[in-house]
Write a protein that binds this ligand. Structure first.
Ligand code: ADP
Length: 394
């Protein structure tokens, strides 16, 4: 079947918003993604907000039916069509509407599920952690490749798009969030027995770096690492979140294992620099997530290229290495982040929001990467069963 992202848009352009133009002309399609029989679209904007919850449910139903019909027209049956509304005024923390047919219908669903086009509650976005729609881990094969930088900018960028976002610094051996978020002299507060997250740059953040002596080396044995992660996750007052971004320690250790056993993740983002040695490490991280039953949302190539004062782009590490690695591993490539002096300076100054402003390629590259993560998360939620990941290492 030659179904593509454009096929989704073609289908959506046949669906009219009551009292308005079609969904595509109205400019409410934020993203449309197709992969391996799964189609997902995210809608947002005043034109859909005005419809109210029941109007949006009807619109979602029409969109699903149109996308399914387009699939049939192109000679195949889609396994699933997911239509989601991005949060905004009037839509609370976002809602999603799914219709499942084909093989996907056989998977356990948390709601009534059913045939394509049938109205139904969100099925595969049911969070294992109460109030959290998507939990996304950010991992890397080794330290220093920019994992925390990507995690922070992903969280801040998602928040700038209007999502409710939490950021958990689970890099318990070397927490960098106090610096990268500019937490300075802020202190962690307890209310009852719950830690109150830091409200900075539009995100709710928690880091072990604010709970321990910053100059003390953090040497954790496996069970202690487990306990520290569990406490940060469960004893922080996260509230309702669209995304919880979890910055993992580098490598393939205890924290990732604890996380996968404790929490049903939407998926993981693997950060990698373009060099071959970095790719080898990243592949190990990627395989670890897969062994833990965590969907890999894709790979981000950090320090992809450098833009000189002359405006020329220099491929210092060999741009494209991580993209080729993602392709070999059969996972999506989410985007590239250039080596950028301002990015480093903004991280050191605790001002990540500045990365999204200015005329360089950085804001565009970051936003493109974040939109890809958003789309892959929507798809992964859909493919995900309701069972908690189990360890399958033999
Ligand atoms: P990790 O979490 O993988 O150990 P960090 O995100 O802490 O890596 O990044 C290590 C250092 O490299 C930080 O000083 C950070 O500001 C810098 N850095 C990361 N990515 C970039 C980039 N694309 N351009 C410039 N500096 C970067």
């Amino acid at each position: 079947m030659t179904f593509t992202k454009q096929s989704i848009l073609n289908a959506l352009s046949t669906v009219t918003i009551p009292g308005g133009p079609d969904v595509v002309s109205a400019g409410v399609v934020v993203s449309a993604t197709y992969c391996d029989g799964y189609a997902a679209a995210t809608l947002a904007g005043d034109a859909v907000e005005r419809l109210g919850a029941s109007g949006r449910a009807r619109l979602a139903e029409l969109c699903r039916a149109a996308v399914q019909a387009e699939g049939k027209r192109l000679g195949g049956e889609l396994k699933a069509v997911h239509v989601e509304f991005a949060p905004g005024r009037g839509t609370g923390s976002g809602s999603s509407e799914s219709g499942v047919s084909g093989h996907a219908a056989a998977r356990p669903a948390s709601g009534s599920g059913g045939a394509a086009g049938a109205p139904g509650p969100a099925q595969n976005t049911a969070p294992a952690m109460a109030g959290v729609r998507h939990a996304i881990a950010v991992g890397a094969g080794k330290g220093g490749v920019g994992k925390s930088t990507v995690a922070v900018n992903l969280a801040v960028g998602l928040a700038r798009m209007g999502h409710a976002v939490g950021l958990l610094d689970a890099d318990i051996y070397g927490p960098s969030m106090p610096t990268m978020l500019g937490l300075g002299s802020m202190r962690a507060n307890l209310l009852g027995n719950m830690l109150q997250p830091f409200l900075v740059h539009g995100v709710k953040a928690m880091t072990i770096g604010k709970l321990v002596d910053p100059e003390k080396p953090l040497i954790w044995r496996g069970p202690m690492a487990h306990g520290a992660f569990k406490q940060l996750l469960e004893q922080t007052e996260w509230g309702e979140l669209d995304y919880l971004v979890i910055d993992l320690p580098p490598g393939t250790g205890d924290v990732a294992l604890t996380m996968a056993q404790m929490l049903k993740l939407t998926g993981a983002v693997v950060v990698c620099t373009p060099q071959q040695v970095a790719q080898d490490d990243a592949i190990r991280a990627l395989r670890m997530f897969q062994q833990l039953g965590v969907e890999v949302l894709g790979v981000v190539e950090n320090m992809s290229y450098f833009i000189g004062d002359d405006g020329k782009e220099y491929d210092i590490f060999g741009r494209g290495g991580a993209e080729r690695m993602a392709s070999r591993a059969g996972v999506p490539f989410l985007g590239r982040v250039p080596i950028n002096m301002a990015l480093r300076a903004n991280s050191d100054a605790g001002n990540p929001a500045a990365n999204f402003e200015g005329a360089s390629t950085l804001p565009r590259e970051l936003e493109a990467m974040i939109k890809n993560v958003e789309a892959q998360a929507a798809l992964a939620s859909f493919k995900m069963g309701t069972e908690r990941p189990t360890l399958t290492i033999s």
